[in-house]
Design a protein around this ligand. Structure first.
Ligand SMILES: C[S@@+](CC[C@H](N)C(=O)[O-])C[C@H]1O[C@@H](n2cnc3c(N)ncnc32)[C@H](O)[C@@H]1O
Length: 260
């Protein structure tokens, strides 16, 4: 049974208060290649004003800042915004502002930004279409809306993947199918929809150390990944490297343009 909106928000704040620091430090979330791909996909110009939706510790926001006029980040978890402010100060960036809030009702005016962006957050949302509609609302006509997230490829793979991800991180709701995500963009009236793909490689143990399943859940996750070696029911290419289990989240960056 799906949690209520309030239950989900409590779960998010609980998980991401604990995850804020390890998430910010985990190398997989800041690889040069992955940040370069999102910066390219967004295609910033010096006049752009970008909203980073569910910005977490500001990894993407700080990567965008040197290329735009102003970057605004919003996230539900105050500890994530604390991390983001710290990162901004360390980087010496002065064109950024931060908000604590729920992205299902963005506290911004219609057409306030030239770009709305979100990474690795849609799978935590109970109603991704409603959040996408909010992102479209706050983007000016002819502006861009860009979402990067893990995607699934079949109902069977999605069921197996979502099950193990909820064990690892109970704030996981559901990874969207690729067609479903691009379909949301078209249904939201976005034009010139594009997709870019990359893989996010991580060792299972480093990811478990940065999230907070109980001991029994962590063991169940290890067992599920172990059983997936050479099988790939989870769709993440689980493999052994020097005795450690590694896998790859399939990521898509979907971009679209708001109709004039
Ligand atoms: C996996 S982290 C991704 C952080 C960041 N976007 C990145 O890619 O580095 C997911 C983030 O989504 C935030 N989040 C989830 N649901 C949210 C909601 N309804 N409103 C605002 N933030 C939310 C969490 O607090 C967390 O910081």
């Amino acid at each position: 049974m799906n949690p209520t909106h309030d239950q989900q928000n409590r779960q998010i704040i609980d998980q991401f208060t604990r995850q804020a620091e390890p998430f910010a430090r985990h190398p997989a979330h800041s690889t040069e290649e992955s940040l370069r791909l999102v910066v390219e996909a967004v295609g910033l110009t010096p006049d752009d004003t970008l909203l980073d939706v569910a910005c977490g510790p500001g990894l993407t926001a700080c990567a965008f800042a040197p290329h735009a006029r102003q970057i605004t980040g919003i996230d539900l978890t105050p500890a994530m915004i604390d991390q983001a402010r710290r990162r901004q100060a360390e980087a010496g960036l002065d064109n950024m502002d931060w908000h604590v809030g729920d992205v299902s009702q963005l506290p911004f005016a219609d057409g306030q930004f030239s770009v709305a962006f979100s990474r690795y957050a849609f799978h935590h949302l109970l109603d991704p279409a409603a959040v996408l509609a909010e992102m479209v609302r706050v983007t000016r006509p002819d502006g861009r809306v860009v979402v990067a997230d893990v995607y699934t490829s079949s109902p069977e793979q999605a069921a197996a993947y979502d099950r193990v991800e909820r064990l690892r991180d109970p704030s996981h709701v559901r990874a969207l199918g690729l067609e479903e995500l691009t379909g949301l963009f078209r249904d939201a009236g976005l034009e010139d929809v594009t997709t870019t793909f990359y893989g996010l490689d991580t060792s299972l143990e480093s990811l478990l150390a940065a999230s907070f399943p109980g001991d029994a859940a962590a063991d169940a996750v290890r067992q599920t990944f172990g059983e997936d070696l050479g099988v790939n029911r989870l769709g993440v290419n689980a493999r052994q490297i020097d005795g450690d289990l590694w896998f790859t989240f399939p990521i898509v960056i979907v971009g679209g343009r708001r109709r004039v």
